[in-house]
Design a binder for this molecule. Structure first.
Ligand SMILES: NC(=O)c1ccc[n+]([C@@H]2O[C@H](COP(=O)([O-])OP(=O)(O)OC[C@H]3O[C@@H](n4cnc5c(N)ncnc54)[C@H](OP(=O)(O)O)[C@@H]3O)[C@@H](O)[C@H]2O)c1
Length: 329
């Protein structure tokens, strides 16, 4: 493999566009192929991002010998099939979040990656942004002491379109899998373990998927995380982490560039850090994937596969408590 990592994108929707835009700022990445259900959409995407190989059908993309790694950018319900298809054709895979519909599918995908000795990662892009790298550093340094409590929310108001991905049960719709999954992974990153106890409630809307979900996680030493997500209500999208020696606040936690730390040395106003990133941020996760592939790693230490299974088990428990079961399950 040359130094340039050759990417293929599977699907041509909204996030595929953002990811392709992110890749364009990486000099050691080449977007060489795109696959769509329709040739016309593959060609349009190819024209927009100057992609040479344009495939009608996902199998042709998976079989493309010019591709090293495929980014799976379809709705959640297709992630398992699409990922397994690519792994079976010998490709490495970065698969959008939520990684799958449930833990059963997640285990299947990971088993397939391990069987084929290929790299696989859930595309939790926020974990690779500089603010999140800084958060991990601060927590590891003990600067705010022992973390006791955290609060995080991710909600936005979408127009109700019953057939669209966000509201359609057949496409894995609902707030929990779409944006709640981000809050759940943040709690896992902060506490470094799955919750010992999960208490949650869901409001199911007229299409049968959750329009908002609230969760309270308790950990083995009594630590707690309060999480909320919504697709019909705009929330502040803030996060706060409270420790025995201080606290950290993110005014825009999942895509922002600033955080403020209060501790003994920071004064009443706290220490605000600004950590900008290049491009639109999706390049940060793509760069991390390429570093892993070059180093011959089969998974990322920042977003490991066993943790990906635990995250999906947590989402399964919350859905079971809320009474949300998808038609394909
Ligand atoms: N990381 C993030 O920040 C982020 C943000 C938004 C979404 N996502 C995730 O990315 C995935 C895709 O979301 P999106 O917003 O990009 O969705 P989208 O705009 O609806 O695009 C999804 C694409 O998947 C393909 N597809 C295959 N079968 C489909 C079907 N039956 N119905 C609809 N599309 C189908 C289509 O591509 P072709 O027609 O070309 O085959 C379509 O353009 C979701 O899992 C979502 O959670 C992640």
């Amino acid at each position: 493999m040359s130094d340039t990592i050759r990417w293929g994108i599977l699907g041509t929707g909204s996030i595929a566009h953002k990811f392709a835009t992110g890749l364009a700022v990486l000099p050691d990445a080449a977007l060489v192929a795109v696959g769509s259900r329709r040739q016309k959409a593959a060609d349009a995407f190819g024209d927009e991002f100057d992609v040479p190989n344009r495939h009608a059908g996902y199998e042709a993309l998976a079989a493309d010998p010019d591709v090293d790694v495929v980014y799976v950018a379809t709705p959640h319900v297709f992630h398992c099939d699409n990922t397994v298809l690519c792994l079976d054709h010998g490709k490495h895979v970065l698969c959008e979040k939520p990684f799958a519909i449930n833990a059963h599918e997640t285990r299947q995908m990971i088993a397939e990656a391990r069987r084929n000795h290929r790299f696989l990662m859930a595309a939790v892009w926020t974990r690779f942004l500089p603010t999140m790298v800084k958060l991990r550093e601060i927590l590891a340094s003990g600067r705010i002491g022992e973390v006791k409590l955290m609060q995080v929310d991710f909600g936005f108001r979408a127009g109700l379109k019953p057939e669209a991905r966000l509201f359609n049960p057949a496409l894995g719709g609902g707030a929990l899998l779409d944006v709640g999954s981000y809050t759940v992974q943040l709690a896992a990153m902060v506490f470094g373990q799955p919750p010992a106890k999960i208490t949650s409630t869901m409001q199911l809307g007229e299409t049968g998927v959750d329009e908002q979900t609230a969760m309270l996680f308790t950990y083995d030493q009594g630590q707690m995380a309060q999480l909320a997500c919504a697709i019909r209500t705009s929330t502040s999208q803030e996060a706060s982490i409270f420790g025995t020696e201080g606290r950290i606040h993110f005014p825009s936690w999942w895509n922002g560039t600033t955080l403020t730390v209060w501790d003994k040395s920071s004064g009443a106003e706290g220490e605000t850090m600004t950590l900008p990133f290049e491009g639109n941020g999706y390049n940060c996760e793509a760069q991390a994937v390429m570093e892993c592939i070059r180093a011959g790693k089969l998974e990322s230490e920042v977003m490991p596969l066993d943790e990906t299974i635990q995250l999906m088990e947590t989402l399964d428990t919350v859905r079971a408590q809320g009474g949300l079961r998808y038609p394909m399950e």
